[in-house]
Ligand binder design. Structure first.
Ligand code: FRU
Ligand code: FRU
Ligand code: FRU
Ligand code: FRU
Length: 492
């Protein structure tokens, strides 16, 4: 479009597929990410959205209902899926897993106390016929106290917590719960005695459902699947602030019978000596807006080196895995490429990941939200969606003003700047997320429950919000519908 702000051209990406085992990592480049500022309206006044409406989640009202009826804080949430991402109910009950924490904690303290809980509700009821808060019943925690701490050789942890993952449902109601098992070793002042230890882990259990409710059994042991290796995926030794988490398993349509996993990582460089190169910058020959590698490396941008990892299962039980090279790097672009997932549509592989405004590298900016990339296979020269920007669905944000923090929004920011996070793309382009903070500097409320589900149309290398869905684009609160039932038809 001709209403773009001045700036560099995005990198040329072919979308060409490589074998999953190949040593090719697509680059989300600085030239790509700078399109985020090019599509932003430089004239947008205080408290208004500067980003295109088609890529902006409709504004969520401040008087949201709480899905847990006051029992727990709720954030990252995932459904029961098969190898193709289809969502399942079990004997007529929909089941979801969420990170939860005690409401006596401040919402920003949640990460060190997160535990995986579950909710259920009857399947097959349209969103507008359910109770306003989604109609979920909180079922409690998945794990008994002590179970997830057992895999750590060093038992002297100060905090032991369960972070995000995904859940695969199998015939008979077996669930393979993939998650991030984390130990922190901290002093009382919050500094590290040694780096935290996040591991990609599996626990197996069973769901028992009937019209009266849902119970889980099993989940009494944890298998340690993957620890960052320092070759493809940065370790705590290389950077005490490293990211390694959020497993999502799937079957690649191009390789039936194999199971793969994507997860969040960082490029495996030591924090203090990390550098980016010309390919990470990605400028076209002679682009007048190009930066030099020296400028970028001197700017502090190499502290932000997120990547998306790939691993392959070595057995049918999915208890043994091997790392493959990362499929995407965001070197000098962003430090966090969280909760990655694949959606397969129209013969294309869509890779989605969530990222924060505050984790973009020096010189870059973009909203909180979900970012997307399309290619011809699960390892491709991925094209960032929507003009190279990568933005698929962001919060209403004004890039002309600072963001502030979820506990202290900036005075000039749109009230929706932190409205939702941890977007997860479901079948049919439905997107669920949790509420973080809604409101302006002088009048905001914290969330801790799921946002309204919205709908995104996905076409070729673009997405756009469907404003005809629900009420002006906002569907049901906490609406995570199952399309199939395990024991009565469906694939399982
Ligand atoms: C090999 C392969 C290649 C193809 C790639 C795409 O495993 O099937 O033939 O280029 O994977 O997924
Ligand atoms: C996203 C996230 C995940 C992580 C969890 C920890 O909101 O940061 O990457 O697993 O939250 O609370
Ligand atoms: C803070 C920081 C964070 C980032 C991390 C990268 O010092 O720059 O923004 O997550 O370090 O190592
Ligand atoms: C699900 C599945 C199959 C695969 C097996 C383990 O049934 O992912 O696609 O063959 O489990 O590898």
């Amino acid at each position: 479009p001709d209403d773009l702000q001045p700036g560099p051209e995005p990198t040329v990406h072919t979308q060409e597929a490589y074998a999953p085992e190949d040593d090719f990592t697509a680059k989300w480049t600085r030239a790509d990410a700078r399109q985020l500022q090019r599509i932003s309206d430089a004239e947008a006044p205080s408290r208004e959205n500067s980003m295109p409406a088609a890529l902006t989640m409709p504004t969520v009202p401040q008087d949201f209902p709480d899905m847990s009826n006051g029992e727990v804080w709720v954030w990252d949430t995932w459904p029961l899926t098969d190898e193709d991402g289809n969502q399942y109910s079990v004997n007529g009950q929909e089941v979801i897993f969420s990170l939860v924490a005690d409401r006596s904690l401040g919402f920003d303290e949640r990460h060190h106390y997160a535990k995986i809980g579950y909710f259920f509700r009857p399947a097959g009821i349209p969103a507008d016929e359910r109770p306003e808060n989604g109609g979920w019943t909180y079922g409690g925690l998945v794990f008994d106290e002590g179970v997830t701490g057992q895999i750590f050789e060093d038992q002297s942890y100060s905090h032991q917590t369960q972070w995000s993952g995904s859940a695969r449902i199998f015939k008979g109601g077996e669930i393979k719960l993939f998650f991030t098992d984390v130990a922190f070793y901290r002093n009382p002042d919050g500094s590290n005695i040694k780096p935290y230890d996040p591991r990609i882990a599996l626990s197996v259990g069973k769901v028992h459902a009937n019209k009266n409710g849902v119970k889980l059994t099993g989940f009494d042991t944890v298998t340690d699947l993957l620890q960052a290796d320092g070759t493809y995926y940065q370790t705590g030794e290389q950077n005490q602030f490293f990211n390694f988490r959020d497993p999502f398993t799937f079957e690649d349509p191009a390789h039936p019978g194999e199971t793969y996993m994507v997860f969040e990582g960082n490029s495996a460089m030591p924090r203090e000596s990390a550098t980016c190169d010309a390919e990470d910058l990605g400028y076209r020959e002679g682009d007048p807006y190009a930066e030099t590698v020296e400028q970028v490396n001197a700017s502090g941008a190499p502290y932000q080196i997120g990547n998306i990892g790939l691993a392959k299962a070595k057995n049918d039980e999915l208890t043994e895995w091997e790392f493959l090279p990362p499929i995407l790097s965001a070197n000098c672009v962003t430090d966090q490429t969280e909760r990655p997932q694949f959606v397969f549509k129209d013969g294309k592989s869509y890779l989605f990941t969530i990222s924060h405004r505050s984790t973009f590298a020096a010189g870059l900016d973009g909203p909180e939200g979900v970012y997307g990339f399309v290619g011809d296979g699960i390892r491709s020269d991925f094209q960032p969606l929507n003009g190279g920007s990568g933005l698929a669905l962001g919060n209403p944000t004004n890039l002309n003003f600072a963001g502030g923090q979820p506990f202290a929004p900036d005075f000039n920011q749109h009230p929706g700047h932190f409205q939702a996070y941890s977007h997860y793309v479901m079948p049919g382009g439905l997107v669920q997320s949790f509420i973080d903070t809604i409101g302006t500097h002088d009048d905001f409320v914290r969330g801790g429950t799921l946002a309204p589900t919205v709908k995104m149309d996905i076409h070729g290398d673009t997405t756009s919000v469907d404003y005809s869905y629900g009420d002006g684009g906002l569907g049901g609160w906490a609406d995570i519908p199952a399309g199939l039932d395990v024991n009565s038809g469906g694939k399982l």
